[in-house]
Design a protein around this ligand. Sequence first.
Ligand SMILES: Cc1cc2nc3c(=O)[nH]c(=O)nc-3n(C[C@H](O)[C@H](O)[C@H](O)COP(=O)(O)OP(=O)(O)OC[C@H]3O[C@@H](n4cnc5c(N)ncnc54)[C@H](O)[C@@H]3O)c2cc1C
Length: 505
Amino acid sequence: MAVDHFDVLIMGAGLSGIDAAHHLQKLCPNKSYVILEQRERIGGTWDLFRYPGIRSDSDMLTMGYTFRPWTNPKAISPGDDIRDYITDTAREEGIDRNIRFRHHITSAAWSSQDAKWTVSAVRKSPAGRDEPVTLTCNFLFSCAGYYRYSAGYTPELPGIGRFQGRVVHPQAWPEDLVYSGKRVVIIGSGATAVTLVPAMAKTAGHVTMLQRSPTYIISAPEQDTIANRLRRVLPATWAYRLSRWKNVAFMTYVYQLSQRFPNFMKTSLLKKVREELGPDFDVETHFTPRYKPWEQRMCLIPDSDMFQAIKSGRASVVTDHIDTFTENGIKLQSGQELEADIVVTATGLVMQALGGIELSVDGRRVDTGKTLAYKGVMLSGVPNLASVFGYINASWTLKADLICAYVCRLLNFMDSKGVRQVTPQSGDQTAVAPFVENFSSGYMQRALASWPKQGAKAPWRVYQNYVRDTISLKWSSVDNDALEFSNPPLAPSAPESRTLVEAAK
Ligand SMILES: Cc1cc2nc3c(=O)[nH]c(=O)nc-3n(C[C@H](O)[C@H](O)[C@H](O)COP(=O)(O)OP(=O)(O)OC[C@H]3O[C@@H](n4cnc5c(N)ncnc54)[C@H](O)[C@@H]3O)c2cc1C
């Protein structure tokens, strides 16, 4: 059986996978590539999540691609518009022709003798049958996001079996869910919960957000007035570029201020919430987190929608712990009971590195948790593999763009030197920090053991800083002591392999 071979295999057709394909087409036009996507559509996160109100919680001027201006006046954008933006990019650039849908990658095995990855996937046929598929590639580029697609995270919920109402998780929102006039309890306090509260409160009987502890919530205008004005007077690309830098600078300023003067930041943030909710609201209990600003992702809300929902009386916040579910709702440890027809478990994601695939190098299984992250992109001891992990304190795409351009530079450098294999070698560097530092979110803490680690110094550090990454990924030389470029002797060529580029000639 002939095995399809590509120069680059991209895992995932979400925001990052389309970004990767764009960069390959532009910067490495002679490379063949394919995208394997487990789902039936483009868009990843922005196709999977369908809960009411789904939207970005960072501005689209930094979450859009560098190469494609975001021209929608809404800077905090509904999920559908983000999905359309990604899909349009793929269609207009002909990237969609290189996507193989319904291919779930399960493993990738690197062979130095063949200088290629053998990638195993399971293809779901239109009839629903699972068929094994094998492909090979010289470079594997994981754009598989950072969480498990099959199911979100649900903690142990005592007595849940007794509850007579409906329980839904935002990651698997049922199309048939009718909630108008119903009593809804949303468990959680993160971005998903604060999005759901005002969206559902429009028609629900009442919405209660039940949280164990509060999160920092900041309101921002849904429309970026400066960006919209700039678009009226400047060409789209220039307006976009300026607005993007304006927002990068503002985000960096807020983040740095939070790191250096956390108490000042905390006081300012809470003052704003008090102004929104008025003097009678108990901000201390419901909106004052126990951690410092930016120790967890902050929740951005457009035009104070969540505060408006609370003020209108259609929504409320309860800060307490669940004692047990009852037939009619939830009994809390304080003794209070919340009656509910529907409970939404906005309790988060299960983080997953590299799309959950099994990796091996020359027959040895790779334990990702024991590797060091090279520039936050490659793994120590693992040849010809890169992956995208964006920022937790800024828009994902800022870093995805940098990584995609970096990978193309690396591939072109290897071609210019005539080498087939590049392997980050950590030498005497040891793991000193998790992949993401100083971040206390539950979903992160649950997963970090199985994620690559950081070493003590560059290039083994993972920055959450766009300017430092621009220097590291865009402006630094590709060649350095931590990368081993090599040409291990090739095995006699395997007759069943053919490159699609060669086959097409
Ligand atoms: C609800 C929600 C809101 C968010 N809001 C923001 C925001 O406002 N701003 C921001 O910057 N970030 C946000 N994020 C982070 C978000 O994930 C990124 O913005 C971005 O969508 C990531 O793109 P990606 O392509 O890297 O990953 P994803 O969007 O997760 O796409 C990964 C793709 O890879 C596919 N895949 C995974 N594993 C495999 C496999 N084994 N085989 C084949 N295919 C596979 C998936 O099916 C998917 O299509 C949000 C995340 C969530 C969950």
